[in-house]
Design a protein around this ligand. Structure first.
Ligand code: G6P
Length: 369
């Protein structure tokens, strides 16, 4: 087992560090690095269906559902196709409206999640094209679908998903670009710019991993907290959910992810000096708004750990701690903002003596309802 961990103390840490490679592998053969052209085999095969789709519905569970939320943002913004993101377990039991011009996409690391598989089967019965974004080759979901794209992240052993999430988001980014190009909803220059930037994300992730020391330091300060709140807006809202889920899963600290502006409708009542708030406050669309949300936390003595863009000054003035990461296009921010949050949950869990790779009560793949 020590050999399999490749010198890392836990599989989870190894998998976090594998992300520059796993993201690169997700793009391999799909993104032409010379001309920035993206080709997704599964979409080519059903191009007509995709071009005439009235709606794309993602069905997934857990971390894969969070990837779906990021995908919704990317596909709606770039390709202008309406997207819905559904918990597979809810979708399957509520007699959903599905038409033959819908495309139902299952996102699943294992490809074996019972609820996700069942949701797909319902969609298939109703005549929708069913598509899979799976990591495990030959898995049940991959076999059940009409077409799909493997994430190629390599085996993920740690129960808390890390590299599978960034691989899923990478595939969704490639999909959004492909669909936008085919639909003509993106200019040639913007398409090229985004494709080439996506191609460079593995190098950026490499740099973001250097925040590890700072994150470990912060983890030590907050490891005994009873609750955490994670805030993000726009495309980083799902990352707030994912950061909170990671902490719950492996450190058993109660954590909630919230859209930053929604805080005033409830969670703000919880904020006091014992409440660490992790804010994703990179210089993106909603930056100013997130800064004012952070001020609201500060005014109530909350402790703020902020993920910011390198060179940020406004958040630095108010936050207790900042984790600086490079600037990337808004669409790709989740691929890098999630990294310090993965590391934060990892270090806190280790410091609390938790079983990081096999947390209590959780399974890597949930093959029963
Ligand atoms: C379990 C795992 C999670 C995972 C979820 C969905 O709860 O512990 O890490 O996100 O299942 O799994 P899937 O294999 O369908 O992505």
């Amino acid at each position: 087992e020590a050999i399999e961990k490749g010198g890392y103390e836990h599989f989870m840490l190894k998998e976090i560090y594998e992300q520059p490679t796993s993201i690169r592998n997700s793009m391999l053969g799909r993104l032409n690095t010379v001309n920035g052209e993206v080709v997704m085999g599964g979409i080519e095969e059903y191009e007509h269906k995709f071009m005439n789709a009235k709606r794309i519905i993602f069905v997934a569970c857990g971390t894969s559902w969070h990837a779906g939320l990021v995908g919704e943002y990317m596909i709606e913004s770039l390709a202008r196709i309406p997207v819905e993101v559904e918990y597979a377990s809810e979708f399957r039991y509520r007699n959903p409206i599905i038409n033959s011009d819908d495309i139902v996409i299952a996102i699943s690391q294992s490809g074996e999640t019972a609820d996700t598989l069942a949701a797909l089967e319902i969609a298939k019965e109703k005549g929708a094209l069913i598509y899979g974004i799976c990591n495990v080759v030959g898995s049940s979901i991959a076999r059940a679908t009409d077409a799909g794209s493997y994430t190629h992240a390599g085996p993920e052993i740690g129960v808390a998903s890390t590299k599978a999430f960034t691989a899923q988001v990478t595939i969704l980014a490639l999909m959004a670009l492909t669909l936008a190009k085919k639909k003509g909803s993106i200019s040639e220059s913007r398409y090229r710019e985004l494709a080439l930037e996506l191609n460079n994300i593995p190098n950026i992730v490499e740099k973001v991993l250097e925040t590890n020391v700072a994150v470990e330091y912060i983890s030590d300060i907050y490891k005994d907290a009873k609750n955490f709140l994670y805030l993000g807006r726009g495309i980083n809202f799902p990352v707030a959910l994912e950061g909170a889920l990671k902490l719950k899963e492996i450190s058993y600290i109660h954590a909630e992810g919230y859209p930053a502006a929604e805080m005033k409708h409830g969670p703000i009542a919880l904020i006091d000096a014992d409440m660490p708030v992790v804010a994703i406050a990179t210089k993106k669309n909603s930056y100013e708004k997130v800064v004012s949300n952070i001020q609201e936390v500060k005014a109530r003595n909350g402790k703020i750990i902020a993920v910011v863009t390198e060179g940020d000054t406004a958040v630095k003035e108010i936050a207790d701690h900042v984790i600086e990461i490079p600037d990337v296009d808004d669409f790709f921010d989740p691929l890098i903002t999630v990294i310090p949050l993965q590391l934060l949950s990892y270090h806190i869990a280790v410091m609390r003596g938790c079983n990081v790779d096999q947390p209590r009560n959780l399974a890597k793949s949930v093959t029963v309802e």
